[in-house]
Structure formats: C-alpha cells, structure tokens
Write a protein that binds this ligand. Structure first.
Ligand code: 13P
Ligand code: SF4
Length: 307
C-alpha cells in the first residue's frame, strides 16, 4: 500500500508544486518541505519559485503574501482556518481610520496582517528586517506601526524612535509565563535565553538574544553554549535538533498551564490536509486584483530593502 508521504510526493510531482513551510509547523510537515524559513525567507522563496503550485504550510497571511507576489501561480493552504491573532486584530477599515487620524505618518505594517492592511501600508517589515526597515525612514518622519505592539515597542526601545503602535499582539508570545522563565533560568543557569520580538517587554528582559525564527535557530546552532531556553513557538526546536542534536533546548510553558506553547493556527495543518490540497487545489488563496496590486507595492519595497 502507498504511504501518505509517497502519495503526497506523487501529487507534488504531478502538480509541479513546491511545498513551503514555516518553522512553527508540526515536525512531520517540516520534514516534507522543499523550503523552510521565517516570514521573510518564505516570501523571498515564493517570489522566486518556478513551480506552478505553491502549497503553503503556514498561516493565511503567509500564503496570501505568496499570492500577492505570484499572481499567476495557484497558491493553496492545507487549512483555510489557519489564521493569526495579530492579523485578526487589525481590520483594514479600522487601520484606515487610524491612518486618517495621523496625517503625514509613514505606515509600516508587520507582515502578520491581511492583504487589505498591506494595501494601506507604505512599507512592510518582518521580524528579521524590522530594525532595518524602520531605519530606512528619515528620523524626522513620524511612523505608525501595525499590528504588533510588542514588536513595535521593541523597535522603539532599540532605535529611540517614538512610533505610534496599533494595539495587537500574538496570542502565543503574550502567553509565556514569566514565573516559568524565572524558574527555568534558575534551574539551567548556563542556558542562553532566546526570544522572538513578539514577546512582551517583561519577557524580552530575560533574553540574551532576540530575533526572527531563522535568527534564533542560527544563533542556537552557532553559539558556544549548549543549553537554550526557547521563548517562541516550540516548532523551531525541530530544526535546532536537526542542526545541533547534541544541544539541549528547553521550551517555556504558557500561562494557561500547557506544557508547550504551540500556535493553534499553525498546528491546524496536517499531512492529510496537504494531500487534499494538492488533489483538489483547494482551499485556494484568491484576492481582489486591485487590493493585490496595492499590497504588492509595500511588499516589493521591503524585499528591495532586504537584499
Ligand atoms: P518569523 O518571521 O520570525 O518566522 O515569525 C513569524 C511569526 O508568525 C511569529 O509568530
Ligand atoms: Fe500569528 Fe502568533 Fe501564530 Fe505567529 S505564532 S502565526 S503571530 S498567532
């Protein structure tokens, strides 16, 4: 009998498809991907592929970004309900009102937002290029930043800027227990603490290193330390274990009492749903062409500045 993995690989060949996956996917999905990356690397990979179909194993805003960059390709996602609390916190109509209340401001949006928000933005950033993107805006130009208030306040602290911040947050990164971080640091005094900038300031205060998922993984692999406390979605640990299996990686539990802190949206994707998506080319990412063209402009600006 054909295994599920054989079936998926056959379909991938028939469809001339590429599988792009984020590091927060279940390890079984990560192992099947043609390309893994953080949000920036996935956008860059989506732009450059010559496959006909992109099977995007991540959340909706990531697959939508691939479609904005690649309108002639079919972009499918295993589960259309794989959303994001940050993207959901910022409906385009409300952002438009905020922009109108702040004339003369440059609008920088974190890539974790929907296409309507991108279409209203001057430039997009990701966690890996946010400091560079903000630095590209003259000091004298005021900025409004959406939707992640924690990434925004991290950038404000690092750069001395005073960007106005949308009140959005990631439900995963806001939920790390500070007490657990304190306990784990006490129990593992030699461990380095690695954090994603979506964490609140009281959690980032414990971090020895702050960066995107790719930056966190690369740091753990290259570091001369052997133990790491991980303040981001624990999916990243799979790649760390592959690249540096001799080291110890310690996930931090959430405040809601879970032993892990998985992103419930990312984890909706499964191998069965990947097979269905390649069989049926559904659910497909589609969007209004006018919005797509407007959203492309700030995304292209970001990609140009990230070269
Ligand atoms: P990265 O761009 O760092 O991979 O982050 C994506 C994300 O959704 C973090 O929650
Ligand atoms: Fe969105 Fe947070 Fe999940 Fe990332 S981890 S996709 S920011 S809800």
């Amino acid at each position: 009998m054909k295994s599920k993995i054989d079936e998926l690989m056959e379909l991938k060949k028939q469809r001339n498809a590429i599988i792009l996956a984020h590091y927060y996917q279940d390890p079984s999905i990560q192992d099947l991907a043609d390309f893994m990356g953080d949000s920036l690397a996935l956008a860059q990979a989506a732009k450059k592929t010559d496959a006909d179909v992109i099977l995007f194993c991540g959340v909706h805003f990531m697959a939508e970004t691939a479609k904005i960059l690649n309108p002639t390709k079919t972009v499918v996602i295993p589960d259309m309900n794989a959303g994001c609390s940050l993207a959901d916190s910022c409906p385009p109509e409300q952002l438009k009102e905020w922009i109108d209340q702040n004339p003369g401001h440059t609008v920088i949006s974190y890539i974790n937002c929907n296409s309507g928000v991108k279409a209203l933005s001057d430039i997009i950033c990701t966690s890996s290029n946010a400091l560079k993107i903000v630095a590209s805006v003259p000091e004298s130009t005021p900025i409004i930043f959406a939707p992640d208030k924690f990434l925004g306040s991290y950038i404000n602290r690092k750069t001395g800027r005073n960007m106005k911040l949308w009140n959005g947050s990631c439900q995963v990164h806001i939920d790390f227990s500070e007490q657990e971080v304190i306990n784990l640091c006490a129990q593992n005094p030699n461990a380095e603490v690695l954090a994603h900038p979506e964490c609140p300031e009281n959690i980032l205060d414990y971090a020895d290193f702050i960066g995107s998922t790719t930056a966190i993984i690369d740091h753990a692999v290259k570091s001369d330390k052997n133990e790491f406390i991980i303040l981001t979605e624990p999916g990243v640990i799979h790649e760390m274990q592959k690249k540096a299996p001799e080291k110890k990686y310690i996930p931090v539990p959430s405040m809601s009492g879970c032993s892990c802190n998985n992103c419930p949206h990312m984890r909706l994707n499964t191998i069965d749903k990947m097979i269905d998506a390649l069989k049926t080319l559904q659910p497909e990412i589609l969007m209004d062409e006018d919005i797509r063209q407007k959203a492309l402009i700030p995304l292209e600006r970001m990609l140009e500045l990230s070269k």
